[in-house]
Design a protein around this ligand. Structure first.
Ligand SMILES: C[S@@+](CC[C@H](N)C(=O)[O-])C[C@H]1O[C@@H](n2cnc3c(N)ncnc32)[C@H](O)[C@@H]1O
Length: 281
């Protein structure tokens, strides 16, 4: 995965924008995101008026300000540079956005992410990697994370794009990677599934890495093929000739899942599942 991501970001500004010595450090230098890239990041995250957009390392505030101005969203930018926070607050006041676009002087590693529905990042690879457990722990299933230039460790993006943007300090047009992740529900563990028809129930032993899920049959569970989960939505297939064969679609809510299935013959029905055991990993 790292190699794939490295290839995707190759040819972007990665090496050029951030001095080699800074890439090992934990403080990303200030580099404003070109407005075209800001626009694309927010469009990729499908920002809506109901969203709360948090930009970690918010610089002059342009991402949060654009989210408020263009999409009517609320937002918070956190930044350790006082001068940049002052500039961002002044821009918010000038545009009449102070009630919706807030800026705080804060270390981004201490920012509470529980209310964020969209998280934006333009940091350094090691910073993103370090943030991953916090993102997965605190952000709710279905919330979105967008980063430009860098991935988040070995967490594979759900969407990746290349976007051209004009650098303000050189005037050069450069291409860079923009990546979207949808925070996955936690489904690892043993589940007991009940189908609402004569086929009855079965166990699923789920192993999970980020949005990738494997249903293992080495402990008596059914071997099912899972698609990458999208937020709270699960999709899996139990292959024929099993009497349980079918395509299953459902929604995870904590320790419960429920949804619908379609058999290979086209019959439809409902299913429910309850978590019976701890996460396998
Ligand atoms: C590459 S700039 C991105 C600015 C803005 N997000 C944008 O896209 O235009 C990274 C910003 O992160 C800030 N920063 C670096 N380390 C930080 C930390 N630990 N806590 C808060 N801000 C930090 C820097 O001061 C800098 O303004």
């Amino acid at each position: 995965m790292r190699r794939v991501l490295a290839l995707v970001v190759a040819g972007t500004l990665a090496a050029a924008t951030l001095p080699a010595h800074a890439q090992d450090e934990e403080k990303a230098p200030y580099r404003p995101t070109p407005q075209q890239v800001v626009d694309r990041m927010l469009a990729l995250a499908q920002v809506k008026p109901t969203d709360y957009v948090v930009d970690l390392g918010s610089g002059d505030g342009r991402i949060v300000l654009t989210a408020a101005k263009k999409y009517g969203a609320r937002g918070l930018g956190v930044e350790i540079d006082r001068g940049l926070v002052r500039d961002a607050r002044a821009a918010a006041a000038r545009d009449g956005l102070s009630d919706r676009a807030r800026f705080e002087i804060q270390d981004l590693f201490e920012t509470d992410l529980r209310d964020a529905t969209v998280l934006t990042l333009y940091l350094l690879p090691e910073m993103n990697r370090k943030l991953a457990p916090r993102i997965l722990e605190q952000m709710k299933p279905g919330t979105r994370v967008v980063s430009q230039e860098w991935g988040i460790g070995d967490w594979q993006p759900d969407v990746r794009e290349t976007v051209a943007g004009t650098e303000e300090w050189t005037g050069w047009v450069k291409e860079r990677g923009v990546f979207l992740w949808i925070v996955p529900a936690r489904v690892a563990g043993r589940w007991q599934v009940e189908r609402g028809d004569a086929a009855g129930g079965f166990a699923l032993d789920l192993w999970q890495e980020y949005q990738m899920v494997d249903a293992r049959d080495d402990r008596g569970g059914v071997a099912a093929r899972f698609r990458p989960i999208k937020g709270s939505e699960v999709r899996f297939t139990v292959p024929a000739p099993s009497p349980l064969a079918g395509d299953y679609v459902g929604v995870v809510e904590g320790a419960m899942m429920q949804g619908e299935f379609t058999t290979p013959a086209g019959a439809k029905g409902t299913w429910r599942a309850a978590r019976r055991g701890d996460a396998s990993r």
